[in-house]
Design a protein around this ligand. Structure first.
Ligand SMILES: [Zn+2]
Length: 121
């Protein structure tokens, strides 16, 4: 249980950093190694800038930086919720950790990865 508090504290700290500082053009934020090496975007490219914009309620700007992140936010919130109540609601946990669910999510991410490089999203 302690590790959840540590992870939660780390997430809150990171969100504070992303709220206060805009990663766009800021050399202190890490650059994507995949983009630097290949010149192709990875599925997560733009996530830091999108999180900063989301925290300032600029949803369109966030969508511009990483549309999949914005689209999947409700799902990520649901997965967090399901994990939090794993012992009280084990059936929810089993459904979201079913191989079919994971394969669908993995496929969506792969399609997004391919499409954003082909169509320059
Ligand atoms: Zn990337």
């Amino acid at each position: 249980m302690k590790h959840k508090w540590l992870i939660g504290g780390g997430v809150v700290l990171m969100l504070g950093v992303y709220f206060l500082f805009n990663p766009a053009g800021n050399p202190l934020f890490p650059k994507c190694p995949f983009l630097l090496l290949t010149k192709f975007k990875c599925p997560g490219c733009g996530s830091q800038r999108a999180i900063h914009q989301l925290m300032h309620f600029n949803f369109l700007e966030a969508f511009h930086y990483n549309a999949l992140l914005v689209i999947l936010l409700p799902l990520m919130a649901w997965l967090f919720f399901v994990d939090l109540f794993r012992k009280k609601r084990p059936s929810w946990y089993r459904k979201t950790h079913h191989p079919q669910f994971i394969w669908v999510l993995f496929s969506v991410i792969l399609i997004w990865w391919f499409a954003r490089n082909v169509f320059s999203w």
